[in-house]
Write a protein that binds this ligand. Sequence first.
Ligand code: AHR
Length: 308
Amino acid sequence: VAAGVMLCSTFSHAADKLVLGFAQVGAESEWRTANTESIKSSAKEAGVDLKFSDAQQKQENQIKAIRSYIAQKVDVIAFSPVVESGWEPVLREAKAAKIPVILTDRAIKVSDDSLYTAFIGSDFLEEGRRGGRWLEDHYKGAQGPINIAELQGTVGSAPAIDRHNGLIEVIKSDDRFKIIASQSGDFTRAGGKQVMEAMLKSYGKQIQVVYSHNDDMAIGAIQAIEEAGLKPGKDIVIVSFDATKGGFQAMMAGKMNVSVECSPLLGPQLMETAKLVAAGKSVPKRIVTKETVFPMETAAAAFPSRKY
Ligand code: AHR
């Protein structure tokens, strides 16, 4: 955890409820729905006045929402950035207005780290490595080539970039693994199905592994694989991310081999951090979510306690 940052108590509603403006990515996945629900319910529980906007996966909508929170003089702004780059101008405006900004879920690339106060979320690079290590383990002793079709998340988003890089980091020294196709399905079920259909048309049975950046795209891909007369989980190994209930159901049906956990339940930590920041207290710059890996064999036992 990086060193803490201290902010002056700049919030405008000190005596009243904390006003938090939150700019959400959209509603693209089961994960995102759970994330929105976590933020809304924790705000209620924490007595935070939440202003919520849904950007429908468009950066310009998020920027507009952030500008409107600045104009409304909220106490704290939080957002889950659609993509990594392009945030400096609007964050400079927030800084000039002395409104602290908390990032949740996804990271950004800025030359000046003081443009945000804290970042709460997963380590996507480590998640990618976990997916890669599972593959190494699964194919221990097997002969190559092992052909991978990759379903990428939203182009330019932190989870798409890092889950790809994490995989590469692990498999680059093992020349049995080859990524023969890689395309974005934008983290949606429909996108995953459409991309998988096209990949099956081009590569057919050459595909041994689908490495899908989230469960929704994997579920879409599973449908496409079944419609092509193949058995997902057997003829084609499915590696996925999130570990949502939908992912668990696919694992319990034997159609998904592993889901690397990515927790959307960031609401309670966000409310706690926003209150500290608004009160001028020191908070860690980076708060990493604790997560694990669920291979299909563990799914039935873990399912009853899953919260999303
Ligand atoms: O940023 C987190 C990712 O975004 C999740 O893996 C995905 O399901 C969501 O859409």
